[in-house]
Ligand binder design. Structure first.
Ligand code: B12
Length: 434
């Protein structure tokens, strides 16, 4: 039986061929392990129409839906249902796990909420045995992540993706699932509130496997907080000694021990991306970020002193944002000397506290068109027009985002993140493209 796993294109994204479709490679690995034939149809790079010619016959289809890709994912499912009637089409992903109203997803034979690694295999088996598929499947968290096979990178052309670390093409690795922080802008429904870790031995085995099979030694650690656990960092550093790897990872400013940053540097960590979000303490508090502006300054300074390049993720337009708080964020960037800065428009993603309780945050959601829920600014450089807050209208917020990006370009001409965006931004009218 052939299972076709489909990655929905993101025509509003600056470059949707940046990273391999990691979740689908995980599902593909579990299916292959169970003896199924798998194809990944990676529609990244397609526009709103050109994907049609790439859909080929299969025995079962699985489509990954994130919030901004959900509307197009539904269209793809409708197309498959029309072209290959009788073939089951299943969906899963973070959007499916976070929403409460499933009406729009009724075209799918099965809607899988949560981690689909085990359930996709069960569904393929049930379909193979002629059993009528269940409409809803609520997947349980996988307790021991070491039991999962490594992502089936063999299913895609890994050279086709663009992400680089330390100037070279890198592969993604994820060593944990779940997050124990309660940031109001984040949707944690999929992986839950408890962090589950793979063992360091299992991660190192994957790194060795990649070096052997692909000759690649550069990695992006997708974990939400790679530096959270000092003992794990120490073990990782010890066990990767001699492998000559380079990597970048994500972090928060909770970790202020300089020895950790020196350890990371010595093990090949070239860049740490901090979730800074804002230069305003009032906004950090409103976001329930659980950190302070001063801690953020300190973490950046310690990492830079250790010789690691620092990058910061910033959110613009969280409820309570004003022109003054935007200036505080600009001042933060200037004073911290952070090497790279990337700005995201605040979008109340389904599942996050702001989406669930907009009035608590003094905010109005003005669009329920999920294709506008893109937060990485999109290829028009503006970010979706989704909310109105007490202080900024949707138009004002878009204007501020454009101005902020201009500020970042000027500030970050030495930064590869800005250079990347400078080359890719087309500023096209995305409504005309839809
Ligand atoms: C790394 C990352 C990225 C990377 C690359 C992701 C990649 N290689 O696939 C980049 C930077 C490119 C990225 C982009 C985006 N991301 Co992102 N990203 C992440 C991050 C940190 C890890 C993702 C990951 O690899 N997880 C591990 C894999 C195994 O999980 P998974 O892909 O979700 O797949 C599992 C399940 O969802 C399910 N499943 C998935 N697909 C299917 C399909 C079927 C049929 C079934 C049955 C099950 C199933 O089973 C899988 C295995 O367990 C997560 C946060 C997190 N900690 O998960 C955010 C996260 C997934 N991203 C998010 C968002 C919003 C985006 C963007 C939409 C941003 C934007 N453009 O505005 C884009 C969308 C990209 C796309 N085309 O899908 C949100 C999604 C929330 C939502 N409601 O949609 C998350 C959850 C962050 C957050 N908490 O807000 N992202």
């Amino acid at each position: 039986m052939l299972v076709d796993l489909i990655r929905v294109p993101e025509p509003t994204c600056i470059d949707d061929m940046l990273d391999e479709p990691f979740g689908l490679l995980m599902l593909g690995a579990s299916l292959e392990k169970a003896g199924y034939e798998v194809r990944i149809t990676n529609l990244a790079g397609c526009d709103y129409e050109s994907w049609k010619s790439k859909i080929k016959p299969a025995d079962m289809y699985g489509i990954q839906l994130n919030t901004p890709t959900a509307p197009l994912g539904i269209k793809i499912a409708e197309y498959i249902k029309q072209k290959y009637p009788g073939t089951p089409v299943i969906c899963g992903g973070s959007h499916v796990s976070a929403i409460e109203d499933f009406c729009e997803l009724m075209v799918f034979d099965t809607i899988v909420m949560g981690e689909g690694d085990r359930e996709i295999v069960d569904l393929a088996t049930e379909h193979g045995a002629g059993i009528q598929l269940r409409k809803f499947v609520c997947a349980r968290h996988i307790g021991d992540l070491d039991t999962l096979p490594f992502p089936a990178r063999n299913l895609v052309d890994m050279d086709a993706f663009h992400r680089k670390v330390d100037g070279k093409r890198c592969f993604g690795i994820i060593g944990s699932r779940g997050c124990c922080f309660k940031c109001a802008f984040c949707d944690r429904t999929l992986f839950g509130e408890k962090i589950r870790y793979r063992s360091i031995d299992n991660i190192v085995a994957e790194i060795k496997h990649i070096i052997k099979e692909y000759g690649v030694r550069n990695f992006e650690m997708f974990d939400d907080m790679f530096t959270f656990h000092k003992g794990r960092v120490r073990e990782f550093v010890e066990k990767t000694k001699g492998l000559k790897i380079s990597y970048r990872c994500n972090s928060r400013s909770d970790m202020l021990d300089p020895s950790i940053y020196r350890m990371l540097r010595d093990s090949g960590c070239k860049m740490i991306c901090f979730g800074i979000e804002s230069g305003s303490q009032r906004l950090l508090n409103a976001m329930s970020k659980g950190t302070t502006v001063e801690r953020n300054h300190k973490a950046i300074s310690i990492a830079r002193q250790a010789g690691i390049t620092t990058a910061g993720y910033f959110i613009l337009g969280f409820p309570g944002e004003t022109k003054e708080t935007i200036n505080e964020t600009k001042e933060f960037i200037l004073r911290s000397g952070i090497d790279h800065a990337q700005v995201y428009t605040f979008i109340p993603l389904p599942g996050c506290d702001v989406y669930r309780n907009p009035s608590k945050y003094g905010m109005k959601i003005i669009s329920k068109d999920y294709s506008d829920y893109y937060l990485v600014t999109g290829n028009d450089g503006r970010g979706g027009k989704i909310i109105e807050t007490e202080h900024l209208s949707a138009d004002e917020l878009q204007e501020e985002v454009v101005k902020f990006r201009q500020f970042l370009k000027e500030y970050g001409s030495r930064g590869e993140v800005q250079d990347y965006y400078k080359d890719k931004l087309k500023y096209k009218d995305r409504n005309a493209a839809k």
